[in-house]
Structures are given as C-alpha cells and as structure tokens.
Design a protein around this ligand. Structure first.
Ligand SMILES: Nc1ncnc2c1ncn2[C@@H]1O[C@H](COP(=O)(O)OP(=O)(O)O)[C@@H](O)[C@H]1O
Ligand SMILES: CC(C)(COP(=O)(O)O)[C@@H](O)C(=O)NCCC(=O)O
Ligand SMILES: [K+]
Length: 253
C-alpha cells in the first residue's frame, strides 16, 4: 500500500497514523517515553500495523527534541529513507507573524496549517494535550497565541504541591461549589482551565473582531466538548502534518 507514516510526538503520547490521502487515518497512540530506539519503535508498530508499516516515507511533528534522532534511524532502517520534520520555517503557505517562528511547537504549526486550509483565514485553534495551546489565525497570518498547563498538569501540580490532595479523575464537575475534596479539586483544575480557555478565546475574538471559527483538538478535546462553543476536530493535527508533507514532497520531487 502506498501512503505515509505520520508521527505526532507530544510530551505524553505519540500518535502514529498511516494514511494515503491525509483524510483517512489508521492510527494508534503510544506513550512517548516507551521507545528509546528505532528497533523498539518498530516492534510496537509491527505489532499494531503489521507489514504495512514498512518502507514508507515518514513525517514527524515533534515537540520532544530528544527523540527526534530515533526517527532518523527509523526512516533509514525501516522506512523509505525519507523523513520530513514539521517546522514553521519550512512552510511558506502561512505568514508566521511572530518574533521567532523557529520556536513554534510543531504540533501548533500543524494545527495552524490544517485550520487555514479547512476552516479559513480567521480561526482560533485550541489543542488540549500535556499543555493546552491556543493558536490565532487572522487573515491567514499566524498571529501567535497562548500556552496553558494541561488538565492533567493542573491536577498533578496540586497533588505534588500538597500533603493531602489526591489525583482526581480528569472529568469536569457539574457545578461550581464542591462539597468534597474531589469535587473541589475538579472545579479548581478542570472547570477552571475550561474557564481560562473561554476567557482567553473571548478576549482574542474581541481583539480580532472577525468572529473567528473556533476549533478544538488534541487528546483531551473530547473532555471539554459541550462546555465550549466551536468545532471538536480530533484529527486536525494529523491532517496538518499531511498538508505539510504534500507541500514538501512537491518541492523535493
Ligand atoms: N485512547 C487514549 N488512551 C489514553 N489517553 C487518551 C486516549 N485518547 C485521548 N487520551 C487523552 O489524551 C491525553 C494526551 O493528549 P495528547 O494531545 O496526545 O497529548 P500530547 O500531545 O501532549 O502528548 C492523555 O493524557 C489522555 O487524557
Ligand atoms: C506547548 C507545547 C509543549 C505543547 O505540546 P504538547 O502539549 O502537545 O506536548 C509545544 O507546542 C511546545 O513545546 N511548543 C514550543 C514553544 C512554543 O510553541 O512557543
Ligand atoms: K498537542
């Protein structure tokens, strides 16, 4: 089967997706800390994908620099030899109107590319992962955004910083006054973070006035579905990776 292997490497999980059109994905999710060599990664992927995983070009969106070398080795030993690392400075279909485009996390680059292609030039994208990122697109220019602690990080911060507070389930609480420790914590971490996102999106929209399209993505977007306005689009990052690959492939043919 033709196609390309996408690796969305985040600080918690690596989502691996096989696709031949950038629309349909056969995807699996593994912990980013679980592989330290190209052979370990291959064992995982052979188990999950079977032979389909062999001899494909690979695209890597990584925000964990320490693992990047593994994909270089993987590409030459098990891939087609081609590896494309997502970088803002390698994609000129967007104006990266920020101080240091090289600093932008690759996942954010992918989110912006896909949002622009599919939701138009005025969007706000919120990506809920280890950290929560907010991307602002105005008239097709990436204006920057914000970075917040993710839901799990908020809960973990309370757990690590106190003697008695437990880690709670990552579920919003249906109410705003807790009657026990668990609900107090969930309100102050999950509900509060949803509130922070709401606050930032409202103020960004006011600043940009074009009533932007709002898109939610990332592993925990489903957690907030129903609490926030906007579209929930879990595969946005993967589609952005494929758009990046198409742009690079046409350049290098
Ligand atoms: N199938 C799944 N198994 C485990 N966690 C999942 C799954 N789907 C979504 N999640 C959630 O996604 C989170 C990781 O989100 P993700 O966007 O991949 O983070 P990052 O990109 O920072 O690694 C996990 O902490 C978990 O809450
Ligand atoms: C903010 C992030 C850690 C989010 O990554 P994730 O939560 O997906 O692991 C990542 O986009 C990143 O490392 N960004 C670099 C700094 C920046 O984008 O300005
Ligand atoms: K992410």
């Amino acid at each position: 089967m033709a196609g390309v292997l996408l690796f969305d490497v985040g600080n918690t999980h690596t989502t691996v997706a096989l696709t031949s059109d950038g629309k349909e994905f056969k995807k699996f999710r593994i912990s980013t800390q679980r592989y330290e060599t190209e052979d370990e990664l291959y064992v995982f992927l052979r188990t999950l994908f079977g032979e389909m995983v062999n001899a494909k070009p690979i695209v890597v969106s990584s925000v964990v620099p320490s693992v990047n070398i593994i994909f270089e080795y993987f590409a030459s030993k098990y891939g087609s030899g081609e590896v494309y690392f997502v970088k803002a400075e390698d994609y000129d279909g967007i104006v990266w109107a920020v101080n240091y485009p090289k600093e932008i996390g690759a996942d954010r680059v992918c989110d912006v590319i896909a949002a622009f292609k599919e939701y138009g030039p005025n969007c706000i994208v919120v990506d809920y992962g280890t950290a929560i990122t907010i991307e602002v697109l105005k008239e097709g220019r990436y204006e920057g955004g914000a970075i917040l602690p993710g839901f799990k990080m908020m809960v973990h911060a309370l757990f690590r910083g106190t003697a008695k507070l437990p880690q709670v389930e990552l579920k919003p609480y249906d109410g705003f006054v807790g009657k026990d420790t668990d609900s107090n914590i969930r309100i102050g971490t999950i509900n509060a973070t949803v509130g922070a996102v709401k606050y930032l999106v409202e103020n960004i929209s006011r600043e940009y006035r074009e009533n932007p399209v709002i898109v939610h993505t990332g592993g925990q977007a489903s957690l907030v579905a129903g609490w926030l306005d906007g579209i929930v689009d879990p595969d946005l990052t993967l589609r952005g990776m494929y758009y990046f690959y198409e742009a690079k492939k046409n350049l290098t043919r």
